[in-house]
Design a protein around this ligand. Structure first.
Ligand code: SAH
Ligand code: DHB
Ligand code: MG
Length: 218
């Protein structure tokens, strides 16, 4: 139950408290540890989802019985590995990454975790891959975590290719606190993402630190 302060956005977490619950509930096996550390060790931006968000992604996919998943924005493969580990035998993840170096590191990390077969990393602008991916539709879940100015287009595609009951997940749904800014085209795209999602999905914005939009396809 929220009190007035927590309703207004106040957080009760501290770095120490967060670390304790992260380690207890969302701790890493060695391959997740490698993928999580990779951005920092390999000179990539350290913008992978948090440990608990990664665990949450996997658990939501398991609850939904997801088998075929598309991810926008692979980075070093941490969230991809969380997703791949949550899929049943025969499941598959297609993960889209603009940057060749990011994609190569992600492939290494997925292979090190024995998930190289069930996760395909596709390199280039995500929008270019979408027509070719449609032959695998309907999908069970789409996780959006790439360039924020295209979230509206990615979300519209997700509405088209997800099965009824399929999951839409969108990281950074608060757009770093700038969601309501009037003069920022990326903020406007993120607001459209929220608004369009509400049309095609039953939605909630989960108050993770960055906001995680969750939709269930109508
Ligand atoms: N989901 C990852 C983090 C992704 S960070 C994780 O949690 O582990 C965002 C990624 O999106 C970056 O690697 C960036 O290179 C990629 N990206 C940016 N623009 C893109 C585009 N147009 N198409 C595909 N990927 C893009
Ligand atoms: C950035 C991107 C993300 O997906 C994220 O979770 C945090 C930061 C960024 O581009 O800065
Ligand atoms: Mg993100």
């Amino acid at each position: 139950m929220a009190d007035q302060d927590s309703r207004a956005g106040q957080r009760y977490t501290t770095p120490e408290l967060l670390d304790w619950v992260d380690q207890l509930h969302a701790g890493h096996d060695p391959v997740l540890h490698q993928a999580f550390q990779a951005p920092e060790l390999r000179g990539l931006p350290p913008i992978q989802v948090g440990m608990s968000e990664g665990k949450l992604l996997g658990m939501l996919l398991r609850l939904a019985g997801a088998r075929k998943v598309v991810e926008f924005g692979t980075l070093a493969g941490y969230s991809a590995l969380r997703i791949a580990q949550a899929l049943p035998p025969g499941g598959h993840l297609w993960t889209l990454e603009l940057d060749v170096k990011h994609a190569a590191i992600a492939k290494e990390n997925l292979e090190a975790a024995d998930q190289g077969e069930r996760a395909t990393v596709l390199v280039g602008p995500a929008l270019d891959w979408l027509p070719g991916l449609e032959k695998y539709a309907p999908f069970d879940a789409v996780f959006i975590d790439a360039d924020k100015g295209s979230y509206d287009q990615y979300g519209a595609w997700a509405a088209k290719v997800l099965r009824p009951g399929g999951l839409l997940l969108g990281d950074n749904a608060y757009y770093f606190g700038r969601l309501l800014e009037e003069d920022d085209p990326e903020a406007a795209a993120m607001r459209r993402f929220h608004q369009q999602a509400k049309e095609a999905f039953d939605t909630v914005c989960i108050p993770t630190p960055d906001g995680l939009l969750l939709g269930i396809k109508k």
